[in-house]
Design a binder for this molecule. Structure first.
Ligand code: ADP
Length: 312
């Protein structure tokens, strides 16, 4: 079983509008509201591909209950810590032929007692899992080293962690004594980590960048490159992964779907080539769906066979 951590989930609300009018009323004809947050996208993809998964994190209030009901409706197992403050909403207004304007609430502020409750529940959940994924930003009230703390707890239980975050929480996890087993930065996140530009066409430089002291102790670094696949270091071995050209419907959540594929294949102890082919396939399948964090399992095999992994 894979344990997915979503510390700041949200109800993702989508408002399609032909035109967004400012300083007046807009009335979308259809609205979708889904259980969101990067970690829940990871969870849904793992579940759709029929691998056992349990979602954890913190939810609160009526909006938190809505998220749990959505997961129940999808048949996804979950074990969230409950707080009184409401879980946040994230609003995406899709308008004017492809523009996307977002309003993202900060969400609740987690206090020390709630943090301790979550960690106690997390310790229990670790017992029954094979590995852990952690995704997305941290809610207010948690310090940037919170993922590092969770990674240390996972290590105590003998469990490895795949971390997909950015900014201060990623930096803190990389500076801690116990490192994440795998990180999955995209180009922008890698550039932020290294404090220097990243050019995906310069693979020689990219290879050198993945041995930067900041990253040296991380076993797996999967740099996802959108339509250009991925460049990867596993210990001392480098891989360049290429993918076919596909019809993209909605690329949002591709990185989350990629993390789902990595987790599934690593939990199943597959070899490096199969791990990377699985991850690229789940990323691609997500881009082919209108829904974020969604894949069509029936399409897995034909796309898997078109991913090429070359050692560098
Ligand atoms: P993130 O969503 O974290 O920015 P990427 O954009 O790198 O991550 O996408 C993750 C993976 O999803 C890619 O490695 C690839 O497998 C797939 N993917 C994303 N965008 C495309 C695209 N335009 N065409 C084909 N595959 C894509």
């Amino acid at each position: 079983m894979i344990l997915t951590v979503t510390m700041n989930p949200s109800i993702d609300i989508s408002y399609p509008l032909a035109h967004l009018a400012i300083d007046t009323t807009n009335r979308p004809k259809t609205t979708t509201k889904t259980a969101g947050g990067k970690g829940l996208n990871v969870t849904r993809v793992i579940h759709l591909l029929k691998h056992p998964v349990v979602a954890t994190g913190i939810v609160g209030g009526n909006f938190g209950r809505f998220i749990e009901e959505q997961l129940d409706a999808d048949g996804i197992a979950h074990h969230f810590t409950h707080i009184d403050q409401e879980t946040r909403n994230s609003i995406a207004i899709l308008h004017d032929g492809g523009q996307q304007t977002e309003v993202l609430e900060a969400g609740p502020t987690i206090n020390a007692a709630e943090q301790a409750d979550f960690i106690a529940a997390f310790d229990q959940l670790l017992v029954g899992c094979d590995l852990v994924t952690m995704s997305g930003s941290l809610p207010q009230g948690l310090t940037p080293d919170f993922y590092a703390t969770l990674i240390a707890h996972a290590a105590n239980a003998g469990k490895k962690v795949l971390l997909d975050s950015s900014g201060a929480s990623l930096q803190a996890a990389l500076q801690a004594d116990v490192k994440p087993w795998l990180i999955k930065p995209n180009e922008t996140e890698l550039a932020g980590l290294l404090g220097e530009p990243v050019d995906k066409t310069d693979l020689v430089r990219l290879q050198k960048q993945l041995t930067h002291p900041v990253l040296a102790a991380v076993e797996w670094i999967v740099v996802s490159l959108g339509k250009d696949g991925a460049f990867v270091r596993h210990q001392e071995q480098f891989y360049h992964v290429t993918i076919p050209t596909i019809q993209v419907v909605n690329p949002v959540g591709s990185g989350d779907a990629t993390l789902a594929g990595l987790a599934m294949a690593l939990a199943a102890h597959q070899d490096d080539t199969a791990v990377l082919k699985t991850a690229m396939t789940t990323g691609m399948l997500n881009t082919m769906q209108a829904r974020t964090g969604w894949v069509d399992a029936a399409q897995f095999d034909p796309y898997f066979s078109q991913v090429h992994v070359a050692t560098v």
